[in-house]
Write a protein that binds this ligand. Structure first.
Ligand code: Q9C
Ligand code: ZN
Length: 373
């Protein structure tokens, strides 16, 4: 399995966050990525790590990000820190508690910011919203033989909506990747469909919001009921207008264990099979157009991969054991489709690498025997 990562994803490093009124170390730390990377590097026959070249990838990232997020919101993210400091705010990087108040600030009418002229911390604040990694993963995966591809990125994205950040998330990586794949594979008449399966402990309110009226994107989420982000994720949220039926939530009680989790996951996978993002015709056209070899396959399934469902996770309340992560990978592999895994949450530093590896390995080992184009 190919794994894409980029050292600029390490730059975002707030010193603390406020949790229930207490100042605590920031859980969504660069160490998370380092630990996962190290774990995967120790298994080179299974995982091939590749550095993305964000500076000269040749893709206009901004354009793709703007298909998901509002221009005003993106300008806000670019300018907020500078304006904050200029206005006398503390030079300690902003926490998302402060970002969540962004609706109080008029986002429009600001001058364009040239990244090069930003302060060092503001630059980090700009680059940490990195997506080049996810794009590169998506593009590379189109041609690669591997059934699965992993975007080892941070900050996570599934809480970020079109014009809203929160829950450690600023840019919705999986949403941008989904839109990118749909655009990349565009045929004259209708949009190709994709499915997003979200196994992070928390409900992906942002991903749900972005695709809520879009019938071409199925969003399926397993998450804790009555936990963060509190106001979304019920079974009654099924989509709106043309998108009715393409949003499916599986809220699960706190304390959920392996067997109940896997049962719900199997149900979710059945729903995705019913939706069946179909690409047969498209594959044929792309094949003709590019004259490529027969291994060409397109990604139709994206997984928001969070491992904060782990029994000892410091902010999650599920009780999944390490062995459950292999099972999760196997169940996802049952879908039998090329799949892009995008990193979301997971905050138990000692086990995050092993749990992520277990999912990917479970997928890969199951996939190599069962999945054929
Ligand atoms: N007592 C992701 O996993 N704080 N975001 C929760 C719970 C925010 C998690 C506090 C958690 C956001 C991507
Ligand atoms: Zn989470």
């Amino acid at each position: 399995m190919k794994v894409f990562w980029d050292p600029i994803c390490l730059l975002h490093d707030p010193p603390y966050e406020i949790l229930s009124g207490n100042k605590v170390p920031y859980f969504e730390s660069p160490a998370r990525l380092q630990v996962i990377k190290k774990e995967l590097e120790e298994h080179p026959s299974l995982f091939q790590l590749e550095l993305t070249d964000s500076s000269s990838g040749g893709i206009d990232i901004t354009g793709h990000v703007e298909t998901v997020h509002g221009r005003g919101y993106l300008n806000y993210l670019r300018n907020a820190y500078d304006e904050w400091v200029r206005d006398g705010g503390s030079a300690v990087p902003l926490s998302d508690n402060i970002f969540s108040g962004h609706r109080l600030t008029p986002p429009s009418g600001r001058a364009k910011v040239h990244v090069d002229s930003l302060s060092p911390v503001a630059k980090a604040g700009y680059y940490c919203f990195d997506l080049s990694l996810t794009y590169s993963s998506a593009i590379a995966s189109v041609n690669c033989r591997n059934v699965g591809v992993f975007a080892l990125c941070r900050p996570p994205g599934h809480h970020a909506g079109t014009s809203l950040s929160g829950g450690y998330c600023f840019i919705n990586n999986v949403a941008v990747a989904a839109q990118f794949l749909q655009g990349f594979n565009q045929r004259p008449t209708d949009k190709p469909s994709v499915a997003i399966l979200d196994v992070d402990y928390h409900h992906g309110n942002g991903t749900q919001e972005i695709f809520y009226s879009d019938p071409s994107v199925l969003y399926v989420s397993l998450h804790a009921e009555d936990d963060y982000p509190y106001f979304t994720g019920s079974t009654t949220e099924k989509g709106i207008n043309d998108g009715v039926g393409t949003n499916i939530n599986y809220p699960l009680p706190r304390g959920t264990q392996d067997s109940d989790y896997c049962a719900a996951l199997s149900n979710a996978v059945e729903e995705i099979k019913k939706f069946d993002p179909g690409y047969l015709l498209l594959r044929f056209f792309v094949f003709l157009y590019r004259g490529l070899n027969l291994s060409l396959r397109l990604i139709e399934h994206l997984i928001s991969l969070g491992v904060d469902t782990f029994i000892d996770d410091p902010i999650g309340d599920f009780k999944l054991s390490p062995s459950c992560y292999t099972r999760i990978g196997q169940i996802v592999a049952d879908l039998g489709k090329p799949t892009l895994f995008v990193m979301e949450g997971g905050y138990h530093i000692e086990m995050i690498g092993k749990n992520v590896r277990a999912v990917l390995q479970g997928f890969e080992e199951q996939g190599t025997t069962d999945v054929r184009p």
